[in-house]
Design a binder for this molecule. Structure first.
Ligand code: CP
Length: 503
């Protein structure tokens, strides 16, 4: 498989070596551009390549630099720069919009969209390479490639760096993606500095710590300043905040000042993905021409890096994928259901739920109160004649209350067992024939949960949420016995949250 053949929707799809190869190619293209070596960079000349730009959110840098990158390569560019004037404003779904640019046989799609997971969904919908130009608050991987390029150009390395990430780390997709990428290089230290309501998502902090990064969290943006190699400042993402209260607290994030710059060591670089909001600037304007301010060079690096990415995606340059991406889902699809030995027990005294006399199923060891949810999901809720449910005190462990659900004349299918395992990992299922247990299973959380009706990702910004009307089915990957990650938005949740909206 050739590198970036499918575009780039998630930084986790790249190994460390892959990132370095893209940066090397971008370096060659930057040199060719500087020398005006047209044959050296116009790699698509005469090959009639077409790049579609689909921007559902405003942009200056990402859109312009992708467009310039495409034009410099010798491609043509189509698409829209805002939803106004496109059929998105008439209610067209992302799926249908992607289908159109697929039907027009575009060679690459660049997508910026406000929903988390939109780029992954688009890439599943089409075989055209998709570039994630920012999906909600989740990732902005092509920004990260230009950020890495800038750091490498400035410091000559991506390892053993002290990096301060400052500003809006909660909604700032650029910091999420850059932290994830830099965590793949050894010896880096991260200072995450933000107001408490804008801190880096726990999932990212834990993930980068797990990869050996030293992480220091603080509300003071001056912490770590004297030892910083890079200070990565970001804008408060006002447009993603649910209310004024959150924005009022967010405004406490300070600005990077000349006095702060004077405390930095030689070789220090001040970066910002831009734009800077002039109403609450994260960097004071007098620093724009400072030799340690890298953000103009950084933005300029968007052209050669995006040229490299487009050239790879369109097969104008072929590089083999090298190394394994770091992000692998845990477990396998079918290990959720374990058969148990049957030990015949005499009927217990004091158990208040009438047993199954003939044929049916007993679902036991349920987390308390999930039994009525299961009755709903297994479509017996209105059939009090066939099911009984309740919470009982465990005979073996009297301090333990468990849910129990009995359904007369019913055998559970594999999909239904998967549903029970999803609702209540640890549950046991007994199949009853002639009043006796003939099969017994213990259920663990399935490795992948998808295709289950009524599931909902708790992240309101996820593409799968029904209110966005994009008709994308939920899919979750198991992280451990009770924890899951949404495949689309990366939200990490406890299995008990999956059906929280139904209680
Ligand atoms: N850095 C960045 O994404 O800028 P734009 O929003 O202007 O594209």
């Amino acid at each position: 498989m050739s590198l970036l053949k499918n575009g780039l929707v998630d930084i986790h799809h790249l190994s460390t070596q892959d990132m370095l190869e893209i940066l090397k190619l971008a370096g060659r293209l930057k040199d060719a551009l500087a020398r005006r070596d047209v044959p050296g960079y116009q790699l698509a000349a005469g090959s009639d390549r077409l790049v579609a730009q689909l921007f559902y959110e405003s942009s200056t840098r990402t859109r312009a630099s992708f467009e310039i990158a495409a034009l410099r390569l010798g491609c043509r560019v189509t698409g829209f720069g805002s939803t106004e004037g496109s059929s998105v404003s008439k209610g067209e779904s992302l799926s249908h919009t992607i289908d159109m640019f697929d039907a027009y046989a575009c060679d690459a799609i660049v997508l910026r969209h406000p929903l988390d997971g939109s780029a992954l969904w688009a890439s599943e919908r089409t075989s055209v390479p998709v570039f994630n130009a920012g999906d909600g608050k989740r990732q902005h991987p092509t920004q990260t490639i230009l950020d890495l390029f800038t750091i490498l150009e400035h410091h000559g390395r991506l390892e053993n760096l002290n990096i301060v990430f400052s500003g809006d780390l909660k909604y700032g997709r650029t910091t999420h993606t850059l932290a994830l990428a830099l965590s793949q290089f050894a010896g880096n230290t991260f200072h995450f500095c933000s107001p408490s309501n804008l801190s880096m998502p726990r999932a990212i902090t834990e993930l980068v710590r797990g990869r050996g990064v030293k992480v220091i969290e603080s509300e003071n943006m001056k912490e770590g300043l004297e030892t910083a190699d890079i200070f990565y400042q970001t804008r408060i993402q006002r447009e993603r905040m649910p209310d004024q209260n959150e924005f009022d607290k967010a405004k406490k994030a300070g600005a990077f000042t000349l006095a702060m710059m004077e405390r930095t060591r030689p070789g220090f670089g001040l970066m910002h993905p831009l734009p800077i909001d002039k109403r609450i600037p994260g960097i004071m304007p007098e620093l724009d021409a400072h030799p340690k301010a890298l953000y103009k060079t950084q933005a300029g690096n968007g052209v050669p890096t995006r040229m490299a990415e487009l050239a790879l995606a369109m097969g104008l340059v072929e590089l083999p994928v090298s190394g394994r991406p770091v992000h692998l889902p845990a477990g396998s699809q079918d290990d959720f259901c374990r058969r148990l030995e049957i030990h015949e027990k005499p009927p217990r005294e004091g158990v208040s739920i009438r047993p199954i006399r003939d044929r049916g199923v007993v679902v036991d060891h349920l987390q308390p109160h999930t039994e009525s949810l299961l009755a709903l999901l297994l479509r017996v809720k209105d059939r009090r004649d066939v099911y009984r449910a309740g919470c009982v005190r465990s005979v073996a462990r009297p301090d333990h209350v468990k849910g129990i659900l009995m359904i007369e004349d019913r055998v559970l299918t594999t999909d239904e067992l998967r549903l029970v395992a999803t609702v209540s990992p640890g549950a046991r299922v007994n199949r009853i024939e002639n009043g006796r247990v003939v099969e017994k299973y213990e259920l663990d959380l399935p490795a992948v949960i998808s295709g289950v009706e009524s599931l909902m990702c708790p992240n309101a910004g996820c593409i799968t949420r029904p209110e966005h009307q994009e008709h994308v089915s939920c899919c979750f990957e198991k992280l451990d016995a009770h924890t899951l990650r949404c495949k689309y938005c990366d939200h990490i949740l406890d299995a008990s949250e999956l059906f929280g909206h139904l209680f």
